[in-house]
Design a protein around this ligand. Structure first.
Ligand code: CA
Length: 91
């Protein structure tokens, strides 16, 4: 199987689940605190500067929360980056 196909499947499947898990108040928008809590629960050690950078990348319309569409777009960009790195020849 093409490793890229596996990556695509793996990155798509847990997405809906993760978004719902993060969206504590079911508003369908992720507030900063919700994403923060989620990262903390996962044990991700993200400092304030890194977190704010991540959030500003995800919040495309700058309304202070990350909608499902924004989160999905972010994930697709990340996937694109992975794909591009797979297409690079070995150094
Ligand atoms: Ca937004």
């Amino acid at each position: 199987m093409d490793p890229r196909a596996i990556l695509t499947a793996a990155s798509q499947m847990p997405f809906h689940h993760s978004f719902r898990e993060m969206d504590m108040d079911s508003s369908r928008d992720l507030r900063k605190e919700e994403i923060r809590d989620f990262l903390n629960k996962q044990g991700d050690d993200v400092n304030e500067v890194e977190f704010n950078t991540l959030f500003s990348i995800m919040d495309l319309d700058l309304d202070g929360s990350v909608s499902f569409k924004e989160a999905k777009a972010h994930q697709e960009r990340e996937l694109q980056t992975i794909m591009e790195s797979l297409n690079q020849p070995y150094p």
